[in-house]
Design a protein around this ligand. Structure first.
Ligand code: NAD
Length: 446
């Protein structure tokens, strides 16, 4: 059993803390957001993540999981401190380290003995050294000197499958120079590392860069497929056939080759930008990484182009009402950070259209993001969005949208048209109901 303290009770911190408690460690989660901590102490989970709620409840009940805003108390007897606070993009795209360095100050001001500080936030190369420097400065100001080892321990969990990823990680990366620290973390992670050795120990800088390399590679696959989809659309080919054709090559594989309405979320967009910024800082022109981002920005607007093409220019969609299925940036999450829905809703409203939106989990978040502006209605179900709608746009591939009642769509949508931003349907199935169907890269939209 380890006594663990986690700074940041968001997607990464809350899930990591809960999973560590689940395997027997004693975990205190600290956050500066008092509402979040009060809510957690009253049993309210601030995010939607499959399987998380009962796990939090059970571990709180069993006394292994605590939530507090009192950082001094939380670090007082912890052996391992995790940093899991946000690293949002700065104005120039680089990662803003203000939250991470604030935690370093708090750690330096409050620890009472030897600790390992493991950084899970996604941070540029060199951040562990900065964190180490801040902690030492603060300790010196107190006239204290404790052995502190700052390691990089990047997080690879996926929102929507975060609990599963945390309980069964495909790798645990630890960047440290110290064999003793690596051994301690090996012990801490042992419950997640039983089936085969998933720990990869490396130097700190490589660990920090590995996280960016992983996200940039995944984003590259998506942008590549989106670019291919645009070519397919123009030449009259079907990207879904091409996807099957290339995915069957094991060197390419099936994962992350789905074309769509662009990637979003809290990680890919900001991490791709931050990696480009790191490259530039070190005199490497990030040509490929920059293209990945610009292709994605263009792709987020592509669905609106299809709408505009259908409606003969689309400059003025005044009077048109669009049913919109899906607001979160991907299924199984309520996260709307950099979601394609934000771009599309803005474009539709700018063109004078009304939107009737539904998402299985992101409705509260959507109200927070959009407010309740005129021309945007939030509906209680996917069927309710169809009332008075002229066309349907599908934007997030939630399972419940995968097999709709096309007869109902044909009866409900006055313009009898479906725009599918995730290629969920067989064109023939939709068209056989007398609906026009636009998807991504399926050779039928020009
Ligand atoms: P989040 O925004 O959901 O949560 C961050 C939390 O940190 C917030 O609750 C905030 O109040 C809290 N916080 C800020 N300053 C604090 C401080 N000084 N002390 C205590 N708490 C503080 O963020 P997230 O999505 O969990 O991401 C955290 C980090 O992990 C980021 O660097 C992100 O890039 C990385 N990451 C995220 C994911 C993901 O899927 N969300 C996956 C892997 C890595």
């Amino acid at each position: 059993m380890f006594r663990v303290c986690i700074f940041g009770t968001g997607y990464v911190g809350l899930v990591t803390g809960t999973c560590l408690a689940e395997v027997g460690h004693h975990v205190t989660c600290v956050d500066i957001d008092a509402d979040k901590i009060d809510g957690l102490n009253e049993g309210r989970i601030p995010i939607y993540e499959p399987g998380l709620e009962p796990m939090v409840r059970d571990n709180v009940r069993d006394g292994r999981l605590h939530f507090t805003t009192d950082a001094a108390e939380a670090v007082s007897d912890a052996e391992v401190l995790f940093i899991a606070v946000g690293t949002p993009p700065d104005e120039d795209g680089s990662a803003d380290l203000k939250y991470v360095l604030k935690v370093a100050e708090t750690v330096g001001d409050n620890i009472r003995g030897s600790v390992i500080v493991a950084n899970k936030s996604t941070v540029p190369v060199g951040t562990a050294e900065k964190v180490d420097g801040v902690i030492r400065e603060r300790l010196a100001a107190r006239g204290e000197e404790f052995p502190v080892e700052v390691v990089s321990n990047p997080e690879f969990l996926k929102e929507g499958a975060a609990v599963d990823d945390c309980m069964r990680p495909d790798r645990i990366i630890v960047g440290t120079r110290s064999k003793e620290t690596a051994d301690r973390l090996r012990q801490l992670y042992a419950p997640f590392n039983r089936n085969h050795d998933r720990l990869i120990i490396m130097d700190v800088r490589s660990a920090e860069l590995t996280k960016y390399a992983a996200n940039a590679m995944l984003a590259t696959k998506i942008s590549f497929m989106n670019e291919m989809a645009n070519v397919a659309e123009r030449v009259g080919a079907d990207i879904e056939m091409i996807r099957k054709g290339i995915g069957s090559d094991p060197r390419i594989g099936w994962h992350f080759i789905y074309p769509g309405a662009g990637y979003g979320g809290s990680c890919f967009p900001k991490d791709v930008r931050a990696l480009a910024s790191t490259a530039r800082e070190h005199d490497v022109e990030p040509e490929l990484i920059s293209a990945v981002e610009s292709v994605n920005e263009r792709q987020k607007k592509h669905l609106f182009e299809l709408v505009a093409r259908h409606y003969h220019g689309g400059e003025n969609l005044r009077g048109k009402t669009f049913a919109l299925w899906g607001l979160s940036f991907k299924p199984d999450t309520d996260d709307m950070r950099e979601a394609s829905s934000r771009t599309l809703v803005a474009q539709l409203r700018e063109a004078g259209a009304s939107v009737r939106a539904y998402d299985p989990e992101a409705m509260d978040e959507a109200r927070r993001v959009f407010g309740e502006p005129e021309g945007l209605a939030f509906c209680d179900s996917s069927e309710a969005t169809l009332e008075g709608a002229d066309a349907l746009i599908v934007l997030t591939e939630w399972k419940q949208f995968r097999s709709p009642d096309f007869r109902l769509l044909a009866r409900s949508l006055s313009d009898r048209v479906v725009f599918d931003g995730r290629n969920l349907y067989e064109p023939a199935d939709v068209e056989s109901m007398g609906l026009a169907y636009y998807a991504i890269g399926r050779g039928r939209s020009c």
